[in-house]
Design a binder for this molecule. Sequence first.
Ligand SMILES: [Zn+2]
Length: 414
Amino acid sequence: MLILSSSATFIHFVRIYRAPKSVVAAIALAVLSLCFSTSTHACEFKNVHFKTNFEAGKIDQCKQLSENQFELLSKPENRPINPSPWYAFKVVNKSTENQQISIIIKGEKAKPRYLPKMSIDGKQWQALPFDIIDNAIHINVQLQQQDFYIAGQEVIDNAFYAQWSQTLAKESGFKLQALGMSTEGRGIDALVHSTPENKEWLLIVGRQHPPEITGALALISFVQELATQQQLNTDFLSRFNVMIIPNLNPDGVANGNWRHNTKGADLNRDWGKFTQVETQQVQAWLNKTLVEQQRLVFALDFHSTQQDIFYTMPSDYAVAAPTFSEDWLKQLKEATVSSFTVRPSPGTSPGRGVFKQFLADEYNIHSITYEMGDNTNRELITHVAQTAAQTLMRKMLSVEPEQFIYKPSPSDLD
Ligand SMILES: [Zn+2]
């Protein structure tokens, strides 16, 4: 049952997840068997087993330092890489006695980025007390007879997206569409809302970078708001077509990658180059869809970083409508709670293969890299995402179709 209320995204996540379908179970089982590697055996000790045989599970090496102290190491998929050491593992008490252990979590040649959280069921998570000593996370945990997970953020895996997308498609006018397959054979899916009369497209992508969970949470709330059957949505969807690719890097998600896809490529440095199957599938969709009168008018790309920030194209860049992003973010600022800071950051990154830069150069449109802080309050992420969806729909409806079409000024033609 898809919850489209105004309650927290995290609650949506939990509730949706608690209604698994057999297909999801089948996917989970298949992935479970795929992911079981020899490295998990290396993490089995006399009294405790650290398991990573689940989607997004990630620990590469384990060491017993003393009777009750263990050191766990996460290594990046390849280098060079942005230092975002992801970790996710299940702690299994092999003793019939309860025991207290201390766990040291290290990222290879990287400072910790993600603060430890624990979960019994993999759905409801809570923060764990920790210390940082010499760039390693130190935690003490009590092992009882029930297994539990420890991870850097809430785990949002491919099975979640499959379930969530199916439910959303069933309960809204959005259609679930297979875009293609990843390198390791996982489906890359899209949620599409379109009618032949509509010519203007909004494009939304997410999860280019696997561990960026707060961006994923924002996308989930944003999209649910777009799909809610209210007057605003009805008006919006009767003028605009929408293409959503919530999880562009399913291999990276399954493998617990720090940033890249399974080929070791940063997808958000591949736009325009299109050397990777994931970006190639979006390129193929763009080329197939944007024909005749069909055109892209705006795009959003959801990520996470140290702080909440909205990377925009400058208003004087060759994009239409010129001040669209600036104006929308002002409206978002007015509509969100005062404890949230809407921080716009206009800029360009020519030739670097970044999504928003590619769209600006190729289609002369605004797009925004929507970044949520790693530690931003989850209720706030939901509030901001829902408000962002509402204000964006209003803003886009207020712009005349021809204002979205870029017209070079005479000086640009010199
Ligand atoms: Zn990112």
